[in-house]
Design a protein around this ligand. Sequence first.
Ligand SMILES: *Cc1c(COP(=O)(O)O)cnc(C)c1O
Length: 358
Amino acid sequence: MTHIKLFIPGPVEVSEKTMRAFSRPMIGHRSKDFQALYADIHPKLQQIFYTRQPVFVSTSSAWGVMEGAIRNLVSKKVLNCMSGAFSDKWFDVAKKCGKAAEPLQVAWGQPITPEAIEAKLATGEFDAITVIHNETSTGTMNPLFDIAQVMKKFPDVQFIVDCVSSFSAMKIPFDELGIDLMLAGTQKALALPSGSALFTVSEKANAKAATIKDRGYYFDVLEFKKGQETNMTPTTPSISHFYALQSKLEDIFAEGLDARYARHLENAKLTRAWVKERGFKLFPKEGYESVTLTCVANTRNIDIPKLNGVLKTKHSCVIDGGYGKIKGTSFRISHMGDESTENIRQLLGWIDEALAEI
Ligand SMILES: *Cc1c(COP(=O)(O)O)cnc(C)c1O
């Protein structure tokens, strides 16, 4: 089977080293070996979350934790900041969990402003807010640091942040920003196989969860906390993901966090410049472009499936043809994970060749 290299915004390409770790033999999840494995990765995860709080690994995709955050932390009403496919869906999920929820909707590609959040929260109606840092469907990055400043005025509101596609690609200091629950996916910038998610929870969020009776079991943050105290998980986890994480953390600290962040930014800058030079436009509002992927407005009206066909046949790789209602009118190039600047430069060259051909 030919290996098609993925330049889509998740899952991304997984290295052979990571895959070798992922396919190690099983160990008992109640064994000392498993405890040693969790104990080994835990302080490194805390370092990337910039937190002293325990960090948990959930055997679910990111949506499991996104739903869990709602079930654990909302009793009054949640404000869902909506600016793309993932953040829009979080509102639907909140309602499916039976919670009172209100949208704060902006057009896709526009950022969520701290002012708009402040105006909503000032009503006193809300006890939680959901924010997606990097809206992957539109390649738009919300001003999380400015939003965090506003959130400090509302200490009774749980600040729930999805960093699914930005985690480990830039510094997001959980403790300093005063976030209450932050989650990350494994198949995005971490470049691990899909099927697992990481999260951490503040003291304030733990206290809130303790007051909520119907928070369920599988995503109960207090169950995760109790487990972590002895380097355990509430249920049998994807042990393969723990091994893959161990291997990936080795890579991350060998490269150095700052170098990793700089590489992601460099890849983004390179791709954005290419977009403009080729007569396309960036989909997000200027100044709010993602560092992990570039969403391109298809202003030249190119046939993206055809482009991908050429990339696939000639170079065994694909980019993404756009998500949801902007499929086709936009396309996305992922430059997160292990991709070097040389790799991205090479990919852009291949796209140029393909564009000349179609
Ligand atoms: C990919 C993604 C998700 C969903 O992740 P799953 O692994 O499919 O559950 C949620 N939020 C953002 C921002 C994403 O990029």
